[in-house]
Design a protein around this ligand. Sequence first.
Ligand code: SF4
Length: 183
Amino acid sequence: MSCPVSDACELHQQLRSSVIKRVRYPNVLSLCESSTGEGCALYGHLAAGRTLPRNLLPDGSTGEWADDSQSVARRYLIIEDSQVFATLTASALRTRSTGAIVDVRPSFAEAESDLGSTQYTAVICGYGLGGEHTVHDVRRVTRAPIVVLTGRPDEIALPSGSRKVMKASGPDALIAAVRELTA
Ligand code: SF4
């Protein structure tokens, strides 16, 4: 039994890559590996796709585990209503971009305020984003590069600064498009 959101959990990822942080917070990884997230203050935020309060620890207190330089350098937003697909996409970004922050929102409506207030390295989303909203609404709010993950084989009009990647192409195609747009 392990926490189902560990791939998307920045604290978990940071502790896995830092001996110093594991020593500083010795009980966290054992919690991640032996629980379903219940009782962890971070779990509710991640499971609901909300941004984590900065430096939050599982017991609800505040530590100093966040990596300032990396989080400022690379922060991605995924807008995706499938939690499974969002988790897979977030995992691909974290694996290829160690230390990156990945925010996940299920719709444009729930992402709009973050798009307006956060400088993202790139946004990864589908074409339709809930209700009448599309990727063109994302471009209206931010100038960040956009990777449009879609299963539609037909031509679709995309906003400037975006690339279409077929969902079936897999994580390598996604990462290649992100790198191309953010180089
Ligand atoms: S148990 Fe808490 S700290 Fe560990 S992966 Fe889950 S949400 Fe993150």
